[in-house]
Design a binder for this molecule. Sequence first.
Ligand SMILES: *Cc1c(COP(=O)(O)O)cnc(C)c1O
Length: 707
Amino acid sequence: MKKQNIGINNFRVIAAIMVVAIHCYPFRSFFPLADMVFTLTLFRIAVPFFFMVSGFYILGQYEERKNYATRQKVINFIKKQLKVYALVSVLYLPLSLYTKTISLSMPLKNILQGIFFESFMYHLWYFPALILGTSIVAFLLQIIDIKWVLAITGLLYIIGLGGDSWSGVFGNIEMLKPLYKYIFIVFGGTRNGIFFAPLYLSVGTFLYHRKDRFGEHKKSRWFVLIISLVCLLVEGYVLQTFFAPNHTSMYLFLPLVMLSLFPIIYRWHPKHKIANADYLSFGIYVLHPYSIAIIHFAAKKIQILNNSLLFFIVVLFITTSIVLVVSWLKHKKISKKIIMENSSSRASKILSEKAIVNNLKEIQTNISPKTKVMAILKANGYGTSAPIIAKILVERGVDFFAVATIDEAIALRKNGVAEKILILGYTSPKRIKELANYSLIQTIVSEEHALALSAKKVEITCHIKVDTGMHRLGVEANSEKIALLYKFPFLNIQGIYSHLACADELTEQAVQRTKQQIRKYNFLIEDLKQQQIDIGITHLQSSYGIVNYPELEYDYVRPGIILYGMLSNESDKTKLVLNLNPVVKICAQLVCKHKVSAGESVGYGCATKLNKDTMVGIVSIGYCDGVPRELKESNFFLFINGQPIPQIGRICMDMVLVDLTLLPETRIETEIVVLQNIEKIATSCNTITNEVLSRLGNRFDTKISYF
Ligand SMILES: *Cc1c(COP(=O)(O)O)cnc(C)c1O
């Protein structure tokens, strides 16, 4: 999963347990006051905490930089929550029907109120509140500053108080009576996405920007926390004892508690990280009402369950067990599905998530800890699947991608990739609006390119490419000229990079050329820094730059082929030997078979005359799909359950012929592995793996294997 703050990670689970407690009243049997003070007051920090986490991670970035990528992140988040809300509502439909919180005879108004504000099960209100609240705060952030957003959402919250814990007080004020009457008619209450969630979401958003300063004023933060906590407990006690509130979720001191508590949780570094905490806390939150219903029922027969503390513990235990079992089953089901799917595709790419994660880790552990990975996803992720690889890598914390063309970049954006994307190749200035709209980073490939882009008068982000000796793309490595580029209007230059021409060769001559390039690059960077230019980020090494020059230390490395689990040439010796696993395997089906007599020719041309009676099989994949036609019939083998099967005749556009004589019983639609060892295949075709991979066609089914 994404590298996340451990304190926040672990507190998610604690907060979920608090929510369960709120619905179980654990102290009721022996110390009811504790329920009033702790359960119904202190534990109320749980839900605001969840809202703040969303505000912090989702809206915080949007507040900091409003661009396509961060906007996309917010939209994706809302879409995901809509899906989750729909799913959990269906999950609870039986219980809601049983408890009559929803029925067919309900007036339309109540149904709408249920969908948008209250939900149909007591705890599910959280989802519409999150969706509505996020939309409101994102909208406000678009038009006004965060301070004003805080003011507006704070005001809504104050109004909300009057319909919640403070209803006993506000309800006695004549002037306010009509206001709350209408609020209740429209919204049914105030603990929702209008009056409650927006404030905590915007407080989370507000804190994101200030997270680097969480370490300051530690003492006063604790002081504020303790004072506000005491005030909160007194507030809860007084309101509940003397004012008979409608509800007990919204307190005046709660936002203050959260404002000081959140940074403390963020800076909490527990030794053990709870694995899958987001899944676990989500599961506990969503499922516990079912356990409550079950235990409630069981308590009628089993007396001891009427003890409130035991009731709470059993509910928690059962819920957690269900969550763990579901997560285990889900994992099993996925693997089963993949095995089944494999047998029914004409041609398929099978991607190994484990391999890509392994390769990333291998790279990360062998470069300087200061250096990050910019994953290269050009040519559809070297023929694999750029969106799938991107998704896996984003989950592992990769925050920068590179592609060759603007269309590849836009395709990634449309697939929900919100991270930074650098276009390595030339983009016509005619398409500058798309660069800006999709928040893409364009490489400046020459001075002319920079001039033409700047002349369009549209602000875009760029990296300068420097020609340090490859003589392909790049601006001359001249610090005065490059210093001028940094001052060009409309070009926001955030990085400077170059590309090594022969990092893969370790001959004396090649090493000299590479070292010359490195020197030129370093010299240039130093020179620009001397001129007080903020050069942005630096990156130089692609795969072979990493494995042959691992001691270099720039801000990013740009691995391509090694990320996909192989070297360009299987025989290459490298300084650093990484333990790489190939990410993709290509399969197809046996679609037909027949006996052909000795002396007959098979396939196109007359070259392949059979010298024995042969069972010929036809496999549904061809050179259009990327099986190189140059593969010679004598040394190209396909595999059925690990057994090699020789390919015969010429390779056709859509089919390959094989000699099935050794496995004549093979059934139609059996899966056949066509390209397994891409390194060997590249060698037999006199090319590099990069070419074989990037030429894989577009008629594949793509499947992910998690093993
Ligand atoms: C393709 C490319 C890479 C990745 O190359 P590999 O050798 O596959 O690692 C890195 N940088 C640039 C500029 C590229 O064009």
